[in-house]
Design a protein around this ligand. Structure first.
Ligand SMILES: Cc1cc2nc3c(=O)[nH]c(=O)nc-3n(C[C@H](O)[C@H](O)[C@H](O)COP(=O)(O)O)c2cc1C
Length: 336
């Protein structure tokens, strides 16, 4: 018996699926989840995921190579389904024999799951509704992440606690399901594992790990913030269905309103179609997030953060964060 026996027993299926010591995934975070953080998470016994975001196939190729040089442990690659070069990005993952591909940002386009499975990788998907989750699992997806509205970045409308009650009893008996959104401590992990989850995914808690390349000012903004500062963006134009983004309130939050108005006008004038309009909005987010994460412009950039941000107080190595989460989960289970 290890001193994490209870948590490990509940994580057994997730650990087996990921090939890791602990079933804790660090969700891909654009600009943040690159070689340094991804390898630190995987070397720390968790599961790191490279955020491809808006990378070109060549950049993804280089990032996978560099990550491999820093860890011999399993890690995944997160691809955004609306990326115009999705097919080429999948081919790059195939060339590198990537073991797990996460398809995010929308329903996987026809043929994408099959194209990934050709080279033997496991496919992890997100699903906003139970019906869609069942459909994706039936059509070849190997695991599911359910992510509640407490999360940082792009979010759905339903909280993690409600999604967990809706999805886990229906799916966890037969499928690998990871729970994400608002997890800051191990006690919450214990709770979701007891409900049937195979593991969990965290983003915000890892964004400021010592190995995260995020700018020092970005990290400071996180350490200062309270849960209530991480707010969801507001949709301005009913015709333009922008996916809400949770981020710390700043001037950039207001600039997003201006951007939506601009794209709305282009739609009105027939200069862009709906697909292009949504792509423009996503490019805006990628640029705004880069400004904050890389340049440290915490006024105008996007400080994507989940509500668990209020629990972050200092920089810690990724391995220490993982060890702490596991110990908190185990203590909680031992008290039952
Ligand atoms: C700064 C930031 C950037 C993110 N970028 C992405 C992304 O590019 N792709 C993605 O699928 N999820 C992205 N996410 C979501 C995370 O992968 C993860 O699911 C989420 O952070 C989990 O919720 P939590 O923040 O409450 O821990 C991002 C989250 C944050 C905080």
């Amino acid at each position: 018996m290890t001193d994490l026996a209870k948590t490990h027993a509940l994580m057994a299926r997730g650990r087996d699926f990921l090939g890791t010591e602990h079933a804790i995934m660090c969700g891909a975070m654009s600009w943040v989840s690159e070689r340094s953080l991804v390898s630190a998470i995987s070397n720390g016994g968790g599961f790191g995921v490279i955020a491809c975001g808006a990378m070109t196939p060549d950049l993804l190729d280089a990032e996978i190579t560099a990550t491999r040089a820093m860890t011999d442990k399993p890690f995944g690659v997160n691809l955004i389904t609306m990326h115009p070069d999705l097919t080429d990005l999948i081919a790059i993952c195939g060339r590198h024999d990537v073991s797990h591909v996460v398809l995010a940002g929308g329903i996987p386009p026809k043929g994408s799951v099959e194209a990934i499975k050709v080279f033997g990788a496991k496919v992890i998907v997100f699903a906003p509704t139970l019906a869609l989750a069942k459909k994706l699992l039936r059509s070849g997806a190997d695991a599911l992440v359910i992510e509640g509205s407490e999360a940082g970045g792009h979010i759905g409308p339903v909280s993690t606690s409600v999604l967990a009650q809706e999805f886990l009893p229906a799916l966890a008996g037969d499928h690998v399901v990871f729970v994400a959104g608002g997890i800051g401590r191990g006690e919450a992990i214990a709770g979701y594992l007891e409900m049937g989850a195979s593991g969990v995914q965290l983003g915000t808690r890892f964004a400021c790990a010592s190995e995260s390349i995020a700018h020092a000012d970005f990290k400071r903004a996180f350490f200062r913030a309270n849960a209530r500062d991480a707010v969801a963006s507001v949709q301005l134009d009913a015709r333009l269905p922008v996916i809400p983004v949770r981020a710390l309130k700043n001037k950039g939050t207001e600039e997003f309103t201006v951007k939506q108005r601009e794209v709305g006008v282009l739609l009105d004038q027939g200069k862009v179609d709906m697909g292009e309009a949504q792509l423009q909005i996503e490019r805006y987010w990628a640029g705004a997030l880069r400004k904050a994460v890389i340049d440290g412009d915490i006024e105008n950039g996007s400080l994507m953060a989940g509500q668990s941000v209020g629990m972050l107080k200092e920089e810690e190595p990724a391995a220490d964060i993982i060890a702490k989460l596991m110990a908190e989960s185990e203590d909680a289970l031992l008290r039952r």
